[in-house]
Design a protein around this ligand. Structure first.
Ligand code: T4K
Length: 392
């Protein structure tokens, strides 16, 4: 019987509580709790600086931000999106009365395959909603070319892509809008939270009106807005988290490198190649359980669970398999063979700053044991493991 404490796929990173007390004191003194208070303004400014973007609007969560992003661009008709994501991506379309059209993914990036996007365009298509899945950048140039050719908007679900850069620039600068999540399970969390990145001040202003019921002043409402505002409590936490997030991502990177080293020689376990010229945030560590591994994906997943190691099958089932989507013509498995296959092979392993090296070894050992029962551990030191994996 397993007696070790359970490990979860993630655990939120939290700053020392005493560091948060002065922020709480300020909120209690000022009694400004929400509606664009001082912490909200400061977090927008500091995040813009940290992320290398100009215009950011904070939200209560990424789902409301996605719904609002679509509203702000008046998207209607059909939107091409990925089935390989968290269900909020497609739900944001249905909440706007938009028909999702699923296109298949690329087997290496696990993001929308540009060729499949182009093949899915109809006269009703108005936009593309790609996801930077696991924070791995989409093929942003190819997607923009398609959008330009067919006059389509691009709204990136960048829920996983906090701080991700490619070719020296923020990945959030692409498309018409990008949406971040600051949920408890993300690389940067404000308990709940999210944001929209806009390309210009005018778009940001419109989005800021939309997230505040459409008010522009005390008596004027210019749009059918919603309440998507981030509270001062969440914004204050965000300011403090920002001071620690660099260290947290650095620790994630070490864990990523250690997993890579420990799993490199395990037959039947595929680890994703790091994206080229990319600064990653290491928020997920997906592995693919291939047919030459001695156990099925679900069997090893269950063995992990029995041992108290709670990986997650992100993203299984596919969004297109949920009841509100499976009747769509684009949802049939025959049209989405790559997504279907990846979804049947994936397990996201635990990765978060507080995860110890010992626990990483515990996870990797369990996966190794099915292949090499006599040699659970590779005979190299941790230092060498990390060096061999090539920290990227
Ligand atoms: N777009 C994409 C691509 C997304 O991945 C997401 C969210 C969204 C949009 C929407 O963003 P938000 O509206 O949430 O801002 C989790 C998250 O709830 C969800 O935010 C996330 N994606 C998704 C990928 O993962 P679950 O159902 O797996 O969460 P849950 O509660 O099972 O948490 C996973 C593990 O994390 C737990 O086993 C333990 C740990 N945990 C979780 C929470 C919430 C904690 O230790 N503390 C906590 O407070 O969906």
């Amino acid at each position: 019987m397993n007696t070790q404490p359970p490990i979860y796929v993630t655990q939120p990173d939290l700053p020392p509580l005493e560091e948060f007390m002065p922020y709480l004191q300020q909120i209690w003194d000022s009694k400004i709790l929400t509606n664009g208070g001082p912490f909200h303004k400061q977090l927008e400014a500091e995040l813009a600086e940290y992320l290398g973007v100009k215009y950011i609007s904070l939200f209560t969560n990424a789902t409301i931000a996605l719904v609002t992003a679509l509203q702000s661009l008046r998207i209607s008709g059909e939107v091409i999106t990925t089935p390989y994501s968290f269900v909020a991506t497609a739900h944001s379309l249905l909440w706007n009365g938009i028909k999702p059209v699923f296109a298949d993914i690329d087997p290496n990036t696990m993001n929308l395959d540009p060729a499949r996007i182009e093949a899915a365009i109809t006269p009703q298509t108005t936009a593309i909603m790609p996801v930077h899945c696991y924070g791995r950048p989409c093929d942003v140039d190819a997607i923009q070319r398609i959008a330009d050719d067919y006059n389509l908007k691009v709204i990136y679900d960048a829920a996983h892509a906090f701080g991700v850069k490619q070719h020296g620039h923020s990945i959030l600068q692409h498309g018409d809008l990008s949406v971040l999540s600051f949920h408890a399970t993300k690389a940067f969390n404000t308990f709940e939270g999210g944001a929209i990145i806009s390309p210009d001040a005018r778009t940001k202003q419109h989005i800021d009106h939309l997230k505040n019921f459409g008010f522009v002043n005390e008596t004027t409402v210019v749009a059918t807005g919603i309440n998507g505002k981030m509270s001062e409590l969440n914004a204050a936490l965000g300011l403090l988290q920002l001071k620690h997030v660099g260290k947290a991502i650095a620790r994630r990177q070490e864990i990523d490198a250690l997993y890579r080293a420990l799993l490199a020689d395990v037959k039947g376990i595929r680890v994703l190649t790091p994206a080229a010229d990319t600064v990653a945030n290491y928020s997920y560590f997906p592995i693919l359980v291939e047919p030459d591994y001695p156990l099925s994906r679900d069997a090893i997943y269950q063995q992990m669970k029995d041992a108290g190691i709670n990986g997650r099958r992100y993203f299984y089932p596919l969004i297109s398999e949920f009841p509100m989507y499976r009747g769509l013509p684009s949802a049939s498995a025959a049209q989405l063979p790559v997504a279907k296959e990846i979804s049947s092979k994936v397990i996201c392993l635990p990765i978060y700053p507080a995860l110890s090296d010992e626990d990483v070894h515990r996870v990797a050992n369990l996966i190794r044991q099915a292949v090499m029962p006599q040699l659970a551990e590779p005979e190299v030191s941790h230092q060498n493991d990390v060096a061999a994996a090539g920290v990227h």
